[in-house]
Design a protein. Sequence first.
Length: 101
Amino acid sequence: MSDTTAWWIAIIAGFVVVIVVAALLQLLVQLVKTIDRRVAGIRATLAKVTANTASTALIDPTGDAVDRVLAEGLQHHLFLGRVLPSIPTPAPAPVTNGASR
């Protein structure tokens, strides 16, 4: 093998290595862009969650108000359960056959 052939083999191997490294770097750049895009989406979702949970301070007062409404409804139910049976029901209206003269 002559020196010229060895140099050509070394140059070709170097070019192959450079092409492989460039391809791997391009793949890495694409993966980093994909990760960056997805991180931006997650950041936007977390911002929405933060805005959505900003009003959680209203949950306790709302629950207390619902409890008060339910307690009053129960009082009405108990009152009507005692009073309604003592009220006489009206007699049903007479049924007519639709012919009046």
